[in-house]
Design a protein around this ligand. Structure first.
Ligand code: ZN
Ligand code: ZN
Length: 234
């Protein structure tokens, strides 16, 4: 791990990393086979990327010194892709979109940042670029590449499988989480906005869609939309 020089640290303010990495302490973590079973049940199959996700979550627990899967909301996980890896991460950490402890920043990467919201420490973990090729060495009986990854990823040591870097969030944890329980109404569309996600334009409160950040364009007025539903059989 590269350490920042003392002058860098002063410029950026005090480091939240007062505690060193606690690699060698044992934590009350679920064993890998149990997590694999839970992830496969959720996902309806087990695949190499779920194994990667679980290993990433387990390593995050060791690095941050947290017992995972968590029973509270202290860990915030930001995953950089949707799909299989994020299921593995969710099972290993107990961070879920529905609990507001997992967010998807879709960069299309198997990568995730794990944030201890109590003190702001954060680590970003990715699979090493050569992990796929090295998996074969740890799964000599595998019948194909897919099986080699599935088995190898379970056996490879952390430092062979994954790469980890302490990071600092570009924004505050509070800004990411928003104002839990806060409600506002958009003055343009009238729809309710949760968690402080409204936008103020001069004196007007707007939702992101009405402020022009919408991912959709309406095709017909709301009242007319229901006319397109098929008539009920009966
Ligand atoms: Zn899968
Ligand atoms: Zn609106």
């Amino acid at each position: 791990m590269e350490r920042s020089r003392p002058d860098d640290r002063r410029r950026r303010g005090p480091s939240p990393w007062r505690r060193p990495f606690l690699f060698w302490r044992t934590f009350a973590m679920e064993p890998l086979p149990k997590l694999l079973e839970a992830s496969a049940a959720l996902h309806r199959h087990l695949c190499p990327r779920q194994v990667l996700g679980i290993r990433m979550g387990l390593l995050a627990g060791k690095a941050l010194g947290m017992d995972l899967p968590q029973h509270d909301k202290r860990l915030l996980t930001i995953v950089e892709t949707d799909g299989c890896a994020s299921d593995g991460i969710a099972v290993a950490t107990n961070c879920w979109v529905g609990r507001r402890t997992m967010r998807v920043e879709d960069y299309g990467k198997v990568a995730a940042t794990f944030v201890d919201t109590a003190d702001g420490r954060a680590v970003r973990i990715i699979p090493r670029p050569d992990a796929r090729a090295l998996a074969r060495d740890f799964a000599p009986r595998a019948r194909n590449k897919w099986e080699a990854m599935l088995q190898g990823y379970q056996r490879m040591p952390d430092e062979t499988l994954l790469s980890m870097q302490p990071v600092r969030l570009a924004t505050t944890v509070e800004a990411i989480l928003g104002r839990a329980g806060w409600r506002a109404a958009c003055e343009a569309c009238g729809e309710e906005i949760l968690n402080g996600r409204e936008i103020q334009r001069r004196d007007i409160t707007l939702c992101r869609a009405c402020a022009g950040e919408s991912y959709y364009r309406p095709e017909t007025p709301v009242e007319l939309s229901f006319a397109f539903l098929p008539a009920e059989a009966g």
